[in-house]
Ligand binder design. Structure first.
Ligand SMILES: [Zn+2]
Length: 293
C-alpha cells in the first residue's frame, strides 16, 4: 500500500544555476527560486506550469537579490546578469519590490552578507520589510557574518534563507525569532565538507525547532553538487537537529510562500514506512509526485 502525503517542496533553489529539466519526474512537486534574473525566472515558472503533466515542479520565486550597492552576490562569478537589484536608500525600497512583484514574485529576497560587501542599512532594510508587508509578500533574507541574523530578526524579516551557520545564536535571539513567527530554511547539506559550520547550523536549528520555530526544507540547489531531487543527506541532518518524522514532513510539505499548493498535487511513496529514524531520509528520498485527475 502506497503512502500518500502532501506535495513536497524545495524552498531554496536557483533555477538558472541548474539543469531544471532534471527536476522532472523526481519527488519535488514544487520549488521556490530564491534569487535570479526576475524576467528569466518568471519565464521558467510559466514554462513549468505548462509542463506540469511532464512532471515539472511548480515554481514560486523572489526575483532579484535586493542589496546595497556592491553587496552580495554582485561580486560572484555564478551571479546571473540582472540578478541583483541595488537599493541605495529607503526611498528606493518600494520601487525595488514592485519590480519583482510585477514579474510575479511571491516573496522578496534581501541579502545581508557582511563578509562579502556592504549590506542595506537599518532604515533601508526597515523600508523594504515595511513595503513588502504592505504588498502582502514575505521577506526572506540571506544572513552571513557576525550580527546579521540579529539584524534580520530585529527588522522583522519573515524567513531566513539558510539556517545561520557563521555564528552560534544565543537562546534569547533564537526565542525572539520564534516569537516573531520567523521561519528558517534548512540548507544544512551545503556545509557537508565543513563539519564545524554544519555543527553550528545544526545546533542553531535544533534550538530553534525545540523552541517551536517553523522549519522549511530547502537545499540551495545550484550551490555546488547537490542531488536534483529530495536530498536524503539534508533530511539526515534535519534528523540530527532533532526533527522527527512529522516535523520533517511538515518542513517538506509547507506551501510557503503561499498558503496553499496548486491543486491536484500529492506525494506518493511506495516503500513501506520505516520504523527506525535512521531509515527516514532514504524513505522520503524515494518519494514521487502523485497527480490526481
Ligand atoms: Zn541560495
Amino acid at each position: 500500500m502506497a503512502v500518500w502525503l502532501p506535495p513536497f517542496v524545495d524552498h531554496h533553489v536557483h533555477l538558472q544555476l541548474i539543469d531544471s529539466l532534471r527536476l522532472r519526474g523526481g519527488g519535488l512537486a514544487g520549488v521556490v527560486d530564491l534569487g535570479g534574473n526576475a524576467a528569466v525566472v518568471a519565464a521558467m515558472a510559466r514554462e513549468a506550469t505548462g509542463a506540469g503533466d511532464q512532471g515539472a515542479p511548480y515554481v514560486r520565486f523572489v526575483g532579484a537579490f535586493l542589496t546595497a550597492p556592491g553587496g552580495y552576490p554582485s561580486d560572484r562569478a555564478w551571479c546571473p546578469d540582472g540578478a541583483v537589484r541595488e537599493v541605495r536608500s529607503p526611498a528606493e525600497a518600494a520601487d525595488a519590490i514592485d519590480e519583482q512583484v510585477s514579474f510575479g514574485a511571491s516573496a522578496i529576497k534581501v541579502t545581508l552578507n557582511r563578509e562579502a560587501g556592504p549590506v542595506p542599512d537599518g532604515p533601508t532594510l526597515g523600508a523594504l520589510v515595511h513595503a513588502a508587508g504592505e504588498r502582502g509578500v514575505p521577506v526572506v533574507a540571506h544572513v552571513e557574518g557576525s550580527g546579521t541574523a540579529e539584524l534580520a530578526i530585529g527588522a522583522g524579516v519573515d524567513v531566513l534563507a539558510h539556517t545561520p551557520w557563521s555564528e552560534r545564536l544565543d537562546d534569547t535571539l533564537v526565542r525572539e525569532a520564534v516569537s516573531r513567527g520567523q521561519r528558517w530554511i534548512t540548507t544544512l547539506d551545503i556545509h557537508r565538507d565543513d563539519v564545524e559550520s554544519q555543527q553550528v547550523a545544526i545546533d542553531n536549528l535544533a534550538r530553534f525547532h525545540a523552541a517551536g520555530g517553523r522549519v522549511l526544507y530547502g537545499t540551495d540547489l545550484g550551490n555546488g553538487e547537490l542531488p536534483l531531487a529530495i536530498n536524503a543527506r539534508e533530511i539526515a541532518a534535519m534528523v540530527r537537529a532533532g526533527l522527527d518524522e512529522d516535523a520533517v514532513i511538515a518542513a517538506l510539505a509547507d506551501p510557503w510562500p503561499a498558503m496553499l499548493h496548486p491543486d491536484g498535487l500529492a506525494t506518493r511513496i511506495t516503500d513501506p514506512e520505516p520504523s527506525a529514524p535512521e531509515d527516514l531520509p532514504a524513505w522520503l528520498a524515494g518519494a514521487e509526485v502523485g497527480r490526481r485527475r
